[in-house]
Design a binder for this molecule. Structure first.
Ligand SMILES: [Zn+2]
Length: 260
């Protein structure tokens, strides 16, 4: 069975009227893995009717604020008013030091459970981004790959028992590692930050246009494509047209509540 993906929020950079910034749920055997904790994601998760007790793990693809800023909101909630059960938190391995700086900034030394909110809430694991080291959680297993971005960024490949595959590009330029992450996926959630962009944005900093997202999906041989992380939600209709120039399968526009 293919792991199911539910979009909590899909906006790039900041929440808009269209919902929260990057945040997705992957359904496991008994609960969910949260992929990214962008601004507004905690509120959006609760407003979607989910309970904190349903979370089995958190994976943050990279530490740009639009994917990680709400981690502290989640951690505060995890430790106050009561302390919730510890679950794993995965981030790209080179970013663990920077994650400790989040705690140094926002920890509350006078509250014993909130001195280091993130490291006290969760068991923190570094993702090696090597495409070979499996992590297992709640009946799912996943690999992480080195996406091409201005900070360490992990493309993800989730597999369920029975072999269904759900992949996430994270923020990335076009690169072989993300093609491998998405290879033969049943569902590929791919960033499409721009409609048009110069090479600095695409191959320097590292993002995709909707056209490139379609090309990447075709090269990887995926079955269904979900385009997300549009720099402006108004781009949606054109992003679908552009992605369809190079990808012939079903294409969905990520939006809160979309379940694929
Ligand atoms: Zn980014």
């Amino acid at each position: 069975m293919t792991p199911q993906c539910e979009v909590v929020g899909s906006c790039a950079t900041a929440p808009t009227a269209a919902g929260s910034a990057s945040s997705y749920l992957v359904r496991g055997d008994t609960g969910f893995v949260l992929v990214d904790a962008g601004p507004g994601s905690l509120l959006a998760y609760l407003q979607a009717g989910h309970d904190l007790a349903e979370l089995r793990a958190i994976v943050v693809t990279h530490l740009h604020a639009d994917h990680s800023l709400d981690l502290m909101a989640w951690a505060y909630r995890w430790t106050f008013p009561e302390v919730l059960p510890e679950i794993p938190l995965f981030v790209p391995a080179p970013e663990i030091r920077r994650l400790k700086q989040f705690d140094a900034l926002f920890g509350i030394p006078t509250l014993p459970t909130m001195k280091s909110p993130i490291f006290q809430s969760w068991s923190v694991h570094g993702l090696p981004q090597d495409g070979t080291t499996w992590h297992e959680v709640d009946g799912l297993r996943f690999l992480s790959y080195a996406a091409h971005h201005s900070v360490p960024s992990a493309a993800l490949r989730f597999e369920a028992n029975g072999g269904g595959v759900l992949a996430f590009s994270s923020d990335t330029g076009y690169c072989e590692a993300v093609v491998e992450a998405a290879r033969g996926a049943d569902v590929f959630v791919c960033e499409a930050t721009y409609l048009e962009a110069d090479s600095d944005a695409l191959t320097g900093h590292g993002h995709l246009t909707a056209r490139l997202a379609g090309q990447l999906a075709t090269e990887a041989g995926v079955r269904q494509l979900v385009v997300t992380h549009l720099s402006d939600p108004a781009m949606g209709p054109q992003a679908l047209v552009d992605a369809a120039e190079s990808f012939r399968g079903p294409i969905h526009l990520a939006a809160p509540g979309l379940t694929v």
